[in-house]
Design a protein around this ligand. Structure first.
Ligand code: NDP
Length: 246
């Protein structure tokens, strides 16, 4: 089967990196399932993809709600007849120093950033196994590799994603299913827009390329892992971070 006929399920597609990933996969001919909590931006994106000749479906779902997410994945596979590519991109931050971090802020970040990927991978594995073909791509962060003050919860989730992806990669290596990680550095999106100028300057200073990345630069890495001819690559972590953490 060619890449064009495949179905991709992208969480956090309403804006930022997820939107760029969805646009890229749609441009390459995939049918894209756009997932986030807010219908408005998803419908706008669907319309924009369709006006460029692509095809998309929208699903409103809180990925922190395990049952809703598992149902969304299974319903997609059932209604579209297949599920080939899963991009676990939805993510949040609840930053704070360890001594002041609440249990709620820790749990919420783990639930949305890490547990959701576990739930979606588990639900997607069955339809992928039926076709003996699948691409799972989990969006971690360079912070999950190098650690970052005030992000104990986020770093735990993002580094957990790396270990989890490698375990999945080993379980499914002989079944035509790959699992890989993209680890972005600082990227210009809503997530980083409100950082104080001082923090943005520090981010540029610790990035060898001295700039923020763009969402489309992450989408390019996801497109690579999602492709037919990336079939011999699994359990890898690709940093797209302007040289940070090399
Ligand atoms: P944004 O804040 O711009 O977008 C986050 C996306 O996730 C939105 O589409 C949002 O949609 C969705 N989302 C958040 N919570 C939920 C939820 N509970 N259920 C469903 N969807 C949800 O973030 P980015 O695009 O910057 O980040 C995307 C991913 O990349 C995240 O995992 C992030 O951790 C990671 N990353 C980002 C970096 C950066 O510098 N920007 C650096 C490293 C990693 P909605 O609110 O409509 O539900």
């Amino acid at each position: 089967m060619s890449d064009e006929k495949r179905v991709a399920f992208v969480t956090g597609a309403s804006r930022g990196i997820g939107r760029a990933v969805a646009e890229r996969l749609a441009r390459e001919g995939r049918h894209v399932v756009l997932v986030s909590r807010t219908a408005g931006p998803l419908n706008d994106l669907k319309a924009s993809i369709e006006s460029s000749g692509g095809s998309a479906t929208t699903v409103c779902c809180d990925v922190g709600d395990s049952k809703a997410l598992a149902d969304a994945v299974s319903d997609t596979a059932r209604s579209l007849g297949r599920l080939d590519i899963l991009v676990n991109n939805a993510g949040i931050t609840r930053d704070g120093l360890l001594l002041r971090m609440s249990d709620e802020d820790f749990d919420e970040v783990i639930r949305v950033n890490l547990k959701s990927a576990f739930v979606a991978c588990r639900a997607a594995a069955r339809p992928m196994m039926s076709n003996r073909w699948g691409r799972m791509v989990n969006i971690s962060s360079i912070s999950g590799r190098v650690g970052r003050a005030s992000q104990v919860n986020y770093c735990a989730a993002k580094s957990g994603l790396i270990g989890m992806t490698k375990a999945i990669a080993k379980e499914f290596a002989t079944k035509g299913i790959t699992a890989n990680v993209v680890a972005p550095g600082f990227i210009e999106t809503d997530m980083t827009a409100d950082l104080p100028d001082l923090v943005k300057d520090e981010a540029r200073n610790i990035t060898p390329m001295r700039r923020f990345g763009q969402a489309h630069e992450i989408a390019a890495a996801v497109a690579y892992f999602s492709a037919e001819d990336a079939g011999f690559v699994t359990g890898e972590v690709l940093a797209v971070a302007g040289g940070m953490g090399m």
